[in-house]
Design a protein around this ligand. Structure first.
Ligand code: GDP
Ligand code: MG
Length: 371
């Protein structure tokens, strides 16, 4: 979680640090001059002084604070598993490839086949750990991206060797490019008589996905999900691509992540699948998810087992929310309940204002229509 010190915040707003400390106290937070405030807390206090922390400034703060923290902590960011989304044209074998990969999970053991579907899951494959985000309708790229969330590190593009590049193949390429996410190609169904992997390579080369063996930078794997051929190689290629990306996160921080999906469960109340992206999430943590706050009552993994923590790149089902957040909402752990509630309240207020603003705009439009 990015931070700014009380002193720095005061300086930026041109007020005395003691005034900022007093404002924090009104919010129920006891702070000292050098205390690190997370961006949401800083935004709340700034609002108290009539400052609106704009997105750009928030980002600037985050970058600055992250750099500061890195300098202070001397590279505590550790390698983290890649987060992967499988995309491709319908019937080209996405589900079959995911099933084949799940079978390689050494953690699943005997129960390997009965994996519970929670929209994202972690696999301990022989070539290394990785996480799959498996949301319907490519929500990982459409809804989530429209909300500013980035969850995917690598796209596995599945193209059937007997069918080649189709509409949804092109769409997947467009989404990946827009999000600047590298693609690993799985040329699937190579067991078929009319399979023509070279044709797939030629067609995809027109979209800039030039195979390494042709002097390009795109990794291609030949697979048959049906026969279980090439799956290990595909997993190794994903790890290879991940190494190039140098994916890192600091597990010692307070957790921060993204809501992958959420719903109201009859018995358990609101539940959300959260992908942890920084830090480590634990039961008892106070958090904000979108406009809702909560305290982690229970963490459940993709196999329905209760877990005591979830670190970077690990998806977990979180119970203990006060409402149902939206896919793509940011999930942030804060210092305490008061802080979580006040941030959630501030966000609800802002959401309501936005709603009111658009409602009054609509009614004005209606008015003009009538005139
Ligand atoms: P999705 O729509 O992309 O998720 O595709 P599916 O995984 O549901 O596969 C569509 C069809 O292709 C199913 O009938 C699969 O059994 C079949 N299929 C998937 N992979 C292979 C493969 O490697 N070889 C062959 N021959 N069939 C496959
Ligand atoms: Mg499918």
């Amino acid at each position: 979680v990015a931070t700014i010190s009380v002193g720095d915040l005061a300086k930026r707003m041109g007020v005395k640090a003691s005034e900022v400390i007093a404002a924090l106290m009104r919010l129920g937070v006891l702070a000292t001059l050098n205390q690190a405030l997370d961006v949401d807390t800083a935004a709340l206090v700034a609002a108290d002084f009539g400052y609106e922390v704009e997105q750009a400034m928030t980002e600037e703060l985050e970058v600055e604070a992250l750099q500061e923290q890195e300098a202070e902590m001397g590279g505590e960011a550790l390698p983290r598993p890649p987060v992967v989304t499988v995309m491709g044209h319908v019937d080209h074998g996405k589900t079959s490839i995911l099933d084949a990969i799940r079978k390689t999970d050494v953690a699943a053991g005997e129960a390997g086949g009965i994996t519970q579907h929670i929209g994202a899951y972690h696999v301990q494959a022989p070539s290394g750990d990785l996480t799959f985000v498996d949301t319907p309708g490519h929500a990982a790229f459409t809804e989530m991206r429209s909300r500013g969330a980035k969850v995917t590190d690598i796209v596995v593009l599945v193209v059937a060797a007997d069918d080649g590049v189709m509409d949804q193949t092109k769409e997947a390429i467009a989404h990946s490019k827009a999000a600047e996410v590298p693609i690993v190609v799985a040329v699937n169904k190579i067991d078929k008589d009319n399979a023509d992997p070279d044709r797939v390579k030629r067609e995809l080369s027109d979209f800039g996905l030039i195979p390494e063996e042709w002097g390009g930078q795109t990794i291609y794997c030949l697979t048959s999900a049906k026969k279980g051929v090439g799956i290990e190689e595909l997993l190794e290629s994903i790890q290879l691509q991940a190494e190039i990306l140098e994916l890192r996160a600091d597990p010692s921080r307070k957790a921060k992540g993204t809501v992958i999906e959420a719903q109201l469960h009859k018995g358990r109340g609101p539940v959300a699948t959260v992908l942890v992206q920084e830090g480590t999430l634990r039961p008892g943590d106070h958090f904000v998810a979108g406009i809702y706050s909560g305290k982690v009552r229970m963490l459940i993994n993709e196999r329905g087992e209760q877990v005591q923590e979830a670190g970077p790149s690990i998806p977990v089902e979180v119970q203990g929310l006060s409402g149902v957040p939206q896919a793509g909402d940011e999930f942030i752990v804060l210092t305490d309940e008061k802080m979580a509630k006040s941030v959630a309240n501030a966000r609800q207020l802002k959401a309501r204002e936005t709603e009111l603003a658009s409602a009054s705009k609509v009614s004005l439009d209606n008015l003009f229509e009538k005139m």
